[in-house]
Design a protein around this ligand. Structure first.
Ligand SMILES: [Mg+2]
Length: 170
């Protein structure tokens, strides 16, 4: 597939709940096309869903940063060029990132890009991206997804970059 712009950053987040009224961002991974990366785990003292308690909380082992510090580090990393944020199934990443920057200028271009929609437009099942999906196309495009820790925000963003590089070109 041919993409519109190279001004993109791959983003993945983990968050406390699938209910967008309750959920908050817990961690974020950002990876540029160049491979330059940023990973942050955020301070959070609120409730988490049972699934998150079991699957995400134990994996958040890095020193935590405040929300203010996270915003500063994300802004510094993203820069002033208003890149598109590209995520796989982007609604939660988008919502929780927008909640983090609520009331302030958003560091990314206002229109977030969903890689699942790109797959759909390219004639692929948008669910076939998942490592857990038996019909996933990673082997077909020569990607060993087993080296990535699923649900680690940085690994999820790095995997997305690798898949994007193999499937999308400008
Ligand atoms: Mg993830």
């Amino acid at each position: 597939m041919e993409t519109f712009s190279d001004n993109i950053i791959f983003v993945d987040t983990e968050f406390s709940d699938l209910n967008p009224y309750k959920g908050e961002i817990l961690s974020i991974g950002l990876v540029k096309l160049s491979g330059e990366e940023l990973y942050l785990e955020l301070e959070y003292g609120g409730e988490v869903s049972d699934w998150v308690k079991e699957n995400i909380t134990p994996t958040l082992t890095q020193p935590k940063v405040t929300r203010e510090e996270a915003k500063k580090r994300i802004r510094d990393f993203v820069g002033g060029g208003k890149p598109y944020m590209v995520s796989y199934v982007n609604q939660y990443d988008t919502i929780y990132l927008y909640k983090l920057f609520a009331g302030e200028e958003h560091p990314f271009f206002w229109l977030p890009i969903d890689f699942a929609s790109m797959l759909f437009a390219a004639g692929r099942d948008p669910e076939s991206y998942s490592i857990e999906d038996k019909n996933n196309f990673f082997k077909e495009i020569g990607i060993d997804a087993s080296k990535y820790h699923i649900h680690n925000a940085l690994d999820d963003a790095k995997l997305l970059r690798e898949v994007y590089l193999k499937t999308a070109s400008k």
